[in-house]
Design a binder for this molecule. Structure first.
Ligand code: FES
Length: 246
């Protein structure tokens, strides 16, 4: 079959909050190997059905807002080329493990709360004045956390996490990875505060190291590695504490 004759069948899960109904809606569109799934969603929204709800912003894998289940796997729709799909039928559903607001739009407030809980930002004991200038850091110091700093808060890892699926109180992969990112930043002073949160039962101990988070991360953050390293840091701090007590 020539490229022009090929089609892509999209089965999109729809949810209407007004009617409380769930259904799959099909759209058959020309196959274009150069297009990503977000292009198809935008085409449907612009030309066929303006009621289809989904999130997106940057179209370049940076804002983290366009996540959805694509044939059962959490993916960024703006980074998923149709030529890379194994079939010419694709099922698009809202991200798993989050309440659905409408169609592909999910409620990520719990995810944002988790980021707040671990203080996923730079904490400094004493802020420098403008006169004192910036907070200097060497390339070597920056390299210690650069991988985890790639996180774009897309929440795909929460959607792939079986532990979070079972227990919404689990602090979750991105929050732990971002806690690791700031804990290992030479400018930061918030490690003890973050590890206090992570050491609780719903923190580091609860992860079962299934690695679903690492497998789906579109930025190669590797939350599982951050979890393992954070456990080591926590043990070191505890051991230091017990050795100074004796
Ligand atoms: S639209 Fe921004 S990451 Fe996909």
């Amino acid at each position: 079959m020539s490229e022009e004759q090929r089609t892509l069948l999209l089965r999109i899960r729809r949810y209407s909050p007004e009617e409380g109904t769930r259904r799959y809606q099909e759209y058959r569109l020309p196959f274009n190997k150069d297009k990503v799934l977000l292009d198809y969603l935008n085409h449907i929204n612009d030309k066929l059905d303006g009621s289809l709800a989904f999130r997106w912003s940057c179209r370049m894998g940076v804002c983290g807002s366009c996540g959805a289940m694509v044939n059962g796997t959490p993916k960024l729709t703006c980074s998923t080329f149709v030529k890379d799909l194994r079939s010419e039928e694709v099922i698009i559903e809202p991200l798993e493990n989050f309440p659905v607001i409408k169609d592909l739009v999910v409620d990520i407030r719990d995810f944002v709360d988790k980021l707040r809980k671990v203080s996923a930002w730079l904490m400094v004991d004493k802020e420098r004045s403008l006169e004192e200038g910036e907070y200097p850091q060497t390339p070597g110091e920056q390299a210690k956390y650069s991988k985890t700093s790639m996180c774009i808060n897309c929440a795909l890892c929460y959607s792939a996490c079986p532990v979070y699926g079972e227990d919404r109180k689990f602090i979750g992969p991105a929050a732990i990875a971002l806690a690791y990112r700031y804990n290992n930043d030479s400018r930061d002073t918030g490690m003890v505060q973050r590890l206090r949160v992570l050491s609780g039962m719903r923190g580091l101990p609860e992860c079962s190291l299934v690695e679903g988070c690492t497998a789906v991360c579109p930025k190669g953050v590797d939350p599982v590695a951050a979890i393992k390293k954070s456990r080591i840091q926590l043990d070191e701090i505890r051991n230091k504490g017990s050795s100074t007590e004796t």
